[in-house]
Ligand binder design. Structure first.
Ligand code: HEC
Ligand code: HEC
Length: 265
């Protein structure tokens, strides 16, 4: 964000300005909970000013946060939490998916861990999105990092944008990137190879989205689109089911995902 401004201030300000800026920054940080903020981050006035600026929320800001919180922020994007809950958990994607900006204060570490591992219950033939079950897919360390990130107030972390979607290069190219952006790859593997363990399910693993078996069971675009939109609940937690993406993934993106899946082996 303000790196240029900061640089200018450093060059042109009188030195007596700095204590005032630093005190203001300390006050801002102290007013927040500043969970996980290490002293090691207070290296320079530049860092101090960056942190103070980021509390006024610029999503692409490079706030200084602890490695645990930073890891949680990246995991939040990698597993597409941000695709349902909005960037930095700010909501606004679907009326059925809550913002996460206040749960860090209202839910305990144990409660948040339980929700991420086991979801919040899903019904057969759901008509709206449900919180997926992640316990078999996301490691204990990654879940702990996610919880730390949520409890820190989901701060902005630099270089944490979802993968860009190439434009004007055809549906299959866009679909390959969307497969990563929506986190399909985490459950269905690279190239749709499947194999991610799902021990209590009948298949013992999350199914592939390539190969003859898949083509046989899902012979048409409409059949694939239907399961992406409505999900497919195959059991209660800790069994991992197919999330319901209706109202989350726009039709054009569903079509691009299907075009990509058809290029696979
Ligand atoms: C497919 C969309 C979807 C994805 C992806 C998703 N969630 Fe959710 N999440 C939901 C929905 C819907 C709810 C509300 C469920 C309910 O109240 O029954 C929810 C609820 C939650 C809650 C409880 C919020 C509250 O107010 O009680 C937390 C915490 C949460 N999700 C965290 C995450 C994290 C972390 C990830 C990524 C690992 C994630 N979610 C991925 C849809 C999603
Ligand atoms: C949390 C893990 C998870 C994520 C994320 C996920 N899926 Fe699935 N998906 C599953 C599971 C489990 C099934 C098996 C459901 C069943 O057997 O009825 C499945 C089934 C499917 C199927 C039907 C294949 C079959 O053999 O049942 C398609 C198509 C599919 N997913 C596409 C996608 C796409 C596209 C994405 C990304 C937008 C995605 N999935 C994200 C877990 C996941």
């Amino acid at each position: 964000m303000n790196e240029q401004d900061t640089g200018r201030a450093e060059k042109h300000s009188e030195t007596w300005v700095w204590p005032a800026v630093a005190i203001a920054a300390v006050a801002v940080v102290a007013a927040g909970t500043a969970v996980g903020f290490g002293l090691g981050n207070w290296r320079s006035h530049t860092t101090t000013v960056t942190v103070a600026g980021s509390t006024t929320s610029a999503p692409s800001a490079g706030a200084a946060v602890s490695p645990t919180v930073a890891a949680g922020a990246h995991t939040f994007v990698q597993f597409a939490c941000s695709q349902c809950h909005g960037p930095q958990g700010q909501g606004g994607v679907s009326p059925y998916v809550p913002a996460l900006t206040t749960v860090g204060k209202t839910l305990t570490v144990a409660q948040l861990t339980q929700i991420i591992d086991h979801g919040l219950g899903e019904s057969a033939n759901p008509t709206k999105p449900y919180m997926p079950v992640w316990g078999e897919v996301i490691s204990k360390t990654q879940v702990a990092n996610l919880v730390a990130y949520i409890r820190a107030g989901l701060p902005a972390v630099s270089q944490n944008d979802p993968v860009p979607i190439p434009q004007g290069q055809g549906q299959a190219v866009a679909g390959a990137a969307l497969y990563v952006r929506y986190g399909c790859i985490n459950c269905h593997g690279p190239n749709g190879l499947g194999g991610v363990p799902n021990p209590l399910s009948a298949d013992k693993s999350i199914p592939p989205l390539s190969g003859g078996g898949f083509r046989h069971d899902f012979p048409t675009d409409a059949a694939i689109a239907a399961v992406i939109r409505s999900g497919s609940v195959i059991g209660k937690a800790p069994i991992v089911s197919m999330p319901h993406w209706g109202g989350i993934i726009p039709n054009a993106d569903v079509a691009a995902l299907i075009a990509y899946l058809k290029t696979l082996k």
